[in-house]
Every structure is written in C-alpha cells, then in structure tokens.
Design a protein around this ligand. Structure first.
Ligand code: PLP
Length: 376
C-alpha cells in the first residue's frame, strides 16, 4: 500500500534484464559486434521511450533516476543560462530532489521564488506568472505531487513559460507511465522520470531535454549520452525500464480506470467508517493510485507502526521524508496545522492491489484507530 515509494519489478522486466546481467554483458560503447548488439538494444529502448512522451530519441538521456534528473535540470539550466540571469521559479510542494537543489542554487547566488498552492495543492498560476522577471531562466513544477497526489495544470504552466521565453522543467516521476505525458502538447523543455515508480528496476531513469537546448555536460567523462551524461551505460537497467514502460504504457487506460474505482472505494470507506478522517489533495485532479488522509488525534507514525505489525505497509509522507520529525512541507503548504500534518497517512495503490487488500487495510485501520481512541 506504498506504491508511490516504489513498485515491484515486473516479471517481464526481470526476464528481459537477465541476459544483460549474464552473458550479454558487453559495454555498448565498445567497437566489436558483441557490444554493438547492446548498443542497438539501448538505442531501440531510447526510441520507444521517446515515442511515449512525443519526443525524439536524441532528446532522451539515460540517468540513474528521478533525483539525478531533477538535479540535472535545475543545475544544468543554471550553469548554462545563469551567467547574467539568476532567477528560478518552483513550487512549495516539490520533491526534495528539486527543493534542495534550488536551495543549493540560492547559495550560489540565484534567487528562487517558491510559489504557493491552494488547499488542494494546485499551484497559484497568477502568483507564478507575476513572479516572472527578465532574469527568470527556469520554471520547475512537478506534474503530480508524490504525497497528496494532486495533478498540476502542467499544460497551462507550459503556456506561461512559453509566453515569457522561460525554460520549463517537469518532475514526472509519479506520472510517467501512470497518466499521459506529452512534452510537445504541454510545452515542456525538460522532464525527469524514474523506472522504479513504474515496475522497472531501481537506479535508472531518463531525462527529456528538448532539442536545441544545449545544456552542457552534467557528468564529465566519456562520450556516452552525447557527452552530456558520461559513464558506462546501465544496460540491464535500461532494458528493464523499457520493458516495464512498454507494459504499463500499453495498459495505462485500463490501469487508470481500475485504480480510480478502487481508490474511490478506499476513500469512501475511510471517510464514512473511520472517525475524524479528511481527505487531503484534490478530489478529482489526483493520481489514480493516491489517497492521503488526516485522522484527528491519530499520529501517522504511530498508526504506521501499528499497521506494519498487521502486515500493511503505508507511509506518513514521502518515502524520503519518513525519518524527518518535521511535518511535511507539502501538508503545511496546503494549510494543515503542524498537528494535522503529523496526523496524516498516505496510501498508494498499484495495478496489483485488489479490493480485498483495500478491505483488509481499511478494516485494520478501523480497529487500530479504535484502539488509539480508547487509549490502547
Ligand atoms: N521526484 C518525485 C516526485 C518522487 O516521488 C521521487 C521519489 O520518491 C523522486 C523525485 C526521486 O526519484 P528517485 O527515487 O528515482 O531518485
């Protein structure tokens, strides 16, 4: 029940990877036939991924995942275009991979505007447009939030960025292969993704960089990825990612329909059967697999441990914030008090979750919450 943190590796992806962990181990940059075959495989994968977001193969750069993609986008745009113009815009609810990179850029002399959101977690577009100055080089706003699931108005932000000639980066880690992403329609210039969020392996992803945006090298070394991201290609990882993407892309419409029905069932049961529950995030524009609840008087971390003992894995905020004692920056940004933010849990489904799994989860939450209300 914590599939926003990560997902199971698809059996098909695992099967496709095995030969490349085994006898097909050649370095694809080498010049003999054994290596050229691997080069062909990763280039084929690049074309397949490009097509899924309406991009060209030369616009896809393989990375180690979402964190690298987010670092790449913010740092490379600042380094390449930030000699004289030193302003970037982001939102208050970004993942720390973007927020902490922006903080680093502030230390290097950049000014960062952190745009607020409404109570559902949607970016204030007026504030965003008004904050653009002649020094703005980048807008970085995620496609959908990993904690509360709210889907942003990405195509409208893309139009604003285009109108002012500002580059637009989108963290699509929670959305690629879950809901449609079209970089041309959405006027996106840079987009980061991560394979382990869509049943691919961990430690691999890709970033889209629109043709004509000549960002310099992020990783210096050899000429892999056109010299932009040096390092021996992660062939098994790329193969697994492509296979998982193919699988989820093909069944996306079906998955969305199924997950929305189950998620709505989960929400309905939670708000009607568990006392003191409110739903966080947008009631409609939210990820098909996401539900985020505040339960009055019930500490999220305490409930997490109680559910863990009953075999149910949930989270309180994002997986990366679990060790933080601070209330989630996302929940604070939508207006929750510190106490309510601490009394919050996130449940995220996958295409493999059944109605029975949801019933077990809700029934367990009901009985554990009742224990907490009774003082154990
Ligand atoms: N961005 C978002 C929205 C995420 O949810 C995550 C992972 O939780 C990341 C970035 C980081 O991705 P990765 O785990 O591939 O580094």
């Amino acid at each position: 029940m914590d599939n926003a943190a990560t997902t199971i590796l698809a059996a098909e992806a695992k099967r496709a990877m095995i030969p490349f962990l085994d006898n097909k181990y050649a370095n694809p940059s080498a010049s003999y036939e054994f290596a050229k075959e691997n080069k062909k495989v990763i280039e084929g994968g690049r074309s397949i991924l490009a097509k899924m977001i309406n991009a060209s193969p030369n616009e896809i750069i393989f990375t180690s995942g979402g964190t690298e993609g987010d670092n790449f986008a913010v740092k490379q745009v600042c380094e390449t275009f930030g000699k004289n113009r030193k302003h970037i815009i982001t939102s208050k609810i970004e993942h720390h991979a973007v927020l902490n990179t922006c903080k680093k850029m502030e230390e290097k002399g950049f000014k960062v505007s952190y745009i607020g959101v409404n109570k559902y977690g949607r970016i204030n577009l007026n504030e965003l447009e008004k904050s653009i100055t002649k020094d703005t080089i980048l807008i970085s706003v995620m496609h959908a939030n990993n904690e509360i699931g709210t889907i942003e108005q990405t195509e409208r932000i893309g139009l604003i960025a285009k109108k002012y000639g500002v580059l637009f980066h989108v963290d699509a880690v929670q959305t690629f292969c879950h809901i449609p992403v079209d970089v041309r329609y959405m006027n996106i210039d840079l987009l980061s993704t991560s394979a382990h969020k869509f049943n691919g392996p961990k430690g691999v992803g890709f970033i889209f960089v629109r043709e004509g945006i000549n960002v310099g090298s992020f990783m210096d070394g050899g000429m892999q990825e056109n010299g932009i991201r040096a390092g021996t290609s992660n062939v098994p990882g790329i193969v697994g990612m492509v296979e998982a993407a193919k699988l989820n892309y093909k069944s996306m419409a079906e998955n969305i329909k199924r997950e929305i029905a189950l998620r709505n069932y989960l929400i309905r049961r939670m708000v009607t059967e568990v006392p003191g529950v409110t739903l966080n995030g947008h009631p409609i524009y939210r990820l098909p697999n996401n539900a985020n609840f505040t339960i009055k008087g019930v500490n999220g971390m305490v409930l997490l441990v109680m559910l863990d003992l009953k075999g149910v894995c949930i989270s309180t905020a994002s997986a990366c914030s679990q060790t933080s004692k601070e209330p989630s920056h996302v929940l604070k940004a939508i207006g929750l008090s510190d106490e309510d933010a601490m009394n919050t849990i996130r449940i995220t489904l996958s295409k493999d979750i059944s109605k029975e799994d949801i019933d077990y989860t809700v029934n367990t939450i009901k009985s554990e919450v009742a224990k907490i209300y009774k003082g154990y």
